[in-house]
Design a protein around this ligand. Structure first.
Ligand code: 9MJ
Length: 686
């Protein structure tokens, strides 16, 4: 007679079964090597479920049975990344990679060798996956949260969805991982999985995805994790964020460490030497690309030695030590049907090519921007003729030019675009179209009284990277503006359920969802809010930089031009645009109304709200320091100082690192205060 299952044996069995199932998950999803039949996997899974049902006290969130446990939510919570999630600078040609390598050699200070060249920098070369970036946080080896990149500073909490992706370990293998480890990587969908998903979508009468990237993004951003669980997502890790302890000295070695803890790493990564090595790797990937199981849109080169990565630091929101070498854009031939003009968010009037629908790089293109009148003439575009259309990744499609054979078409059917005239009046509001001095662009002078500008300003405000109001898309904004319900962005927060439910095609439930999404958007970040205002030249990264600098809207409103220009990412043009926007009484009123209507953000850490102890002081920094110069500049600016590039009598302090240039000599000549790194740190720390 067998004994009834006693608790210790059940616990051991549960551990063994969990480990076995996770190993099978890895083999199946990561190595493409199903070690057992589906029936055997299901049997083991059910055995574990039965044991857990009999011993609920032994059930943990880390069990393979709990990957799809969570119930649907109302929305995604925002998460501030402990360390920003950076993106990559792009190179579209070989010489841009040469420039990148040269820049790094200079920054690192590599000596020229006898041949006159430099010691070659070692790079880790990786395929560039076309999915969406994700950050996984492990504490004591257990997956505790996962967030999308979002704007790089704040993302969305997608933990429940990420847990359904079977290649992602819920628990790290081994025992030598740091207690805290944030891992960064790309979630994507393999080509075959994508094709299969679309077949199922079609069979169920659901919408088809344009490409694997959209399918991956759409699948991860599902409110119901059950839906994500049925989507064939996978992941490769390529980096890390916050962590405790020490990681290895070279990027490649850290990825190997991550691999040893069960995290999936792309098998095609390779250490290469110098520009020549980068070039060879790029060529290899161009050749392999059609046969890869997943789509890539380029390759990435990263300085392998981590001490050098730290030395060169980052710019705005991309590391200086990495570059994405993108593959050439895809092109297709189609017919130019007409040229219309379109009014942009800031009133810019742009000619648009209307095209016969054509597939380019996985999406159907029907419109393409023509930028300006000169471009139409330069390209000798002819309505009715055949044109080459190009599309690269997420970039707006472009008309490259007329197809070589297009002029052999019957000229009688073609209208020369020499006939194209920029209209005198805005096609949307009849206001006069003006061309500001020194500007190439024409603009509608109607401002926010132009419905096209108003609609786009509102649409931009609600968009995902701005205030992120789920459901308030282009069509609905059009409808609400046309119905007279939205005159400004502040009106969004005055909408009532009754008003929405009265609209065409708006069910009661959709109206309730929209009101909830609007309420939800009140909790935002200052960076997003600044970006959402739609100030000319102020993009996502600039919004974040301004927010980090001032920490509050009051600080920004009070800042003069010189102060604004000191912010990393802000030059004279952006500073002027900010000041003009903020000085416009109508804009000020809308900002005040929005704040009164309840928009708020977490108070930025005291570090960024520092007292202006160096207000009005001017610094020049020269030579090499133990940390990147942009970081030092950011610290000084945060404390109210100005950092300039040249030494003059107006300079208060010249901070001198190792191997300073002529600026140190000039400072001595002028008798200025020269300080070393330790003294500079003392000033910063007050
Ligand atoms: C992709 N998309 O494959 C990075 N990436 O590194 C790789 N992205 C990256 N690296 C730093 N391989 C920021 C982004």
């Amino acid at each position: 007679m067998t004994e009834p299952t006693s608790k210790p044996t059940a616990a051991t069995q549960i551990t063994l079964l969990s480990e076995q199932l996770e190993a099978l998950n890895r083999a199946y999803h990561l190595d493409d090597d199903p070690l057992v039949t589906d029936a055997e996997y299901d049997r083991l899974f059910r055995e574990l479920e039965t044991l857990e049902a009999a011993h609920p006290e032994l059930l943990t969130a880390l069990s393979p049975t709990q990957r799809v446990g969570a119930t649907p939510r109302d929305g995604f919570q925002k998460v501030r990344h402990a360390l920003p999630m950076l993106s990559l600078s792009n190179a579209f040609a070989d010489d841009e990679v040469v420039d990148f390598d040269r820049r790094l050699s200079d920054l690192i200070g590599l000596e020229a060798n006898e041949q006159g060249g430099c010691e070659a920098i070692e790079y880790l070369a990786e395929p560039k996956l076309d999915g969406l970036a994700i950050s996984l946080r492990y504490e004591q080896g257990e997956l505790v949260s996962a967030a999308t990149r979002g704007d790089g500073t704040t993302g969305e909490n997608v933990t429940a969805n990420i847990r359904t992706i079977r290649v992602i370990p819920l628990k790290l293998l081994g025992d030598d991982w740091p207690e805290l480890l944030e891992v960064r990587g790309e979630v994507f969908m393999a080509r075959a999985a994508f094709a299969g998903l679309n077949v199922r979508q079609q069979a169920q009468g659901e919408k088809l995805f344009a490409n694997p990237r959209n399918a991956a993004a759409g699948s991860l951003r599902q409110l119901d994790p059950q839906v994500t669980a049925n989507r064939p997502l996978t992941l490769f890790c390529y980096g890390w964020g916050e962590h405790s302890g020490q990681l290895a000295d070279h990027h490649r070695q850290v990825l190997e460490q991550l691999g040893s803890w069960g995290l999936p790493i792309c098998p095609l990564i390779k250490v290469v030497s110098g520009v020549a090595g980068c070039h060879d790797y790029y060529q290899q990937m161009v050749e392999q690309r059609p046969d890869l199981a997943y789509e890539i849109d380029g390759v990435v080169f990263k300085v392998n030695r981590r001490s050098w990565q730290a030395e060169v630091g980052q710019v705005a929101r991309a590391p200086r030590w990495a570059i994405a070498r993108k593959f050439p854009a895809e092109e297709a031939l189609t017919r130019l049907l007409a040229i219309d003009v379109q009014v942009g968010r800031t009133g810019a009037i742009t000619p648009v090519a209307r095209l016969e629908p054509v597939q380019v790089g996985g999406v159907v293109v029907t419109n393409a921007t023509l930028h300006n009148e000169d471009e139409i003439r330069r390209k000798k575009l002819r309505i009715g003729g055949r044109v080459i259309v190009r599309r690269a990744g997420d970039v707006i499609p472009q008309v490259v030019g007329m197809a070589p054979d297009s002029f052999t078409d019957d000229p009688g059917t073609l209208n020369s675009v020499d006939d194209f005239q920029m209209p005198k009046l805005c096609p949307e509001c009849d206001a006069v179209i003006v061309r500001e001095q020194g500007e190439a662009a024409y603009r509608c002078s109607g401002g926010l009284s132009c419905p096209a500008q108003r609609k786009q300003a509102i649409w931009h405000f609600a968009s995902r990277t701005a205030m992120d109001i789920d459901g308030l898309g282009e069509k609905l904004v059009d409808q609400l503006v046309d119905a007279g319900l939205l005159a400004s962005v502040a009106d969004i927060y005055r909408l009532e359920h009754g008003q929405l439910a009265g609209l065409d095609r708006m069910a009661d439930k959709s109206a309730a969802n929209l009101i909830a999404a609007i309420d939800n958007s009140c909790q935002t970040t200052l960076g997003r809010f600044i970006f959402a205002l739609g100030i000319r030249h102020v993009g996502e990264a600039t919004g974040v930089a301004i927010a980090d600098n001032f920490g509050s809207m009051a600080g920004l409103l009070a800042a003069d031009l010189a102060t604004l220009e000191q912010i990393a990412d802000v030059g004279p043009v952006v500073a002027l645009s900010l000041r003009e926007f903020l000085d416009e009484p109508h804009n000020r009123q809308v900002v005040d109304e929005l704040l009164q209507l309840g928009i708020q953000w977490p108070v930025i850490e005291p570090k960024q709200q520092a007292e202006q102890t160096l207000a009005g002081k001017t610094f020049v920094i020269t030579g090499t320091f133990s940390r990147p110069r942009p970081e030092i500049k950011a610290d000084l600016v945060r404390l109210g100082a100005r950092v300039t590039g040249s030494v003059s009598k107006k300079t208060d302090w010249v901070a001198v690192g190792d191997s300073p240039g002529s600026k140190a000599d000039k400072a001595a000549e002028l008798g200025l205060a020269v300080i070393n790194e330790a003294q500079l740190d003392q000033l910063i720390e007050g």
